[in-house]
Design a protein around this ligand. Sequence first.
Ligand code: SAM
Length: 289
Amino acid sequence: MKRGLPLISIPSLSEKTFNGFREFIYQKTGINMRESKNVLVSNRLRKRVFALNLSSYEDYYLYLTETKEGKKELPYFIDAISTNETYFFRGDNQFDVLQRVILPELFKKKSKLRVWSAGASTGEEPYSISIIIHETARGRWSGDVEIIATDISNEVIEKAREGVYGGRTLRFVPREIRGRYFESVGNESYRVGEKARKGISFRTHNLLVDNPPGKSFDIIFCRNVMIYFDKPTQRHLVDGNFASSIAPDGYLFIGHAESLMGTSKKFRYAQILKTPIYTRVKTRHGEEE
Ligand SMILES: C[S@@+](CC[C@H](N)C(=O)[O-])C[C@H]1O[C@@H](n2cnc3c(N)ncnc32)[C@H](O)[C@@H]1O
């Protein structure tokens, strides 16, 4: 493996090495990188090749998979490879349904709400959930809220904990919500205030390897994460960890481009305003399968 001065250019990613990375990505994250994603993978990994002062993708592949240091590199590799796109109140009609239908129903029966935001990225999703719970609860419910936000990437979890945002990610945050739940830190950036942070904890967590971070969740959000997994991996996650950690009357929110039809035997489509929300299937005796 060659090491040397920082390089200006490196040879392009060969098909053989790309296939090696694809297999490795699948093994470690469950992400099914399509054959057409060579350019995307090479663009994302280039900075790691440079950071380690290596001279090719092949060298990086060997470093990652065959050296002792490879283990330490794994989190950086995962940070580089994952798609972390997110923004506040993404999938707005899901937040509408949460506010108008699901929270009023849960407020009637629960004194504590437990939520898991799985694949939370930089934190916009769990903070949006917290804000909507506060907004809906005002004057009508005063229970506790626990939101556990997890992601495979250390880097995004650090940003989520910081909770400072600016620009496009705030584009769907109404002015009065910004006023109530954020504080300006200058430079057109805003820090999420204490009220919306209360009850949220952030953890690094691999959905395919680690146990669920709790149980009896009233709501699980796992949006725009499973889209990168193949069907067997989706089924394993949904009918395994999600089914075992959701409350019997809990709700599972998935992304707009995702579906569990034909994938899950333990969740059924909730049919609320055509939005992708599922509930746990019960047996004829009202018990969980
Ligand atoms: C596109 S973001 C979605 C963020 C947010 N849920 C949303 O819908 O806006 C996908 C996130 O899934 C995370 N992810 C991918 N594979 C994962 C895995 N195996 N375990 C946990 N998180 C994973 C990525 O790191 C990334 O932050």
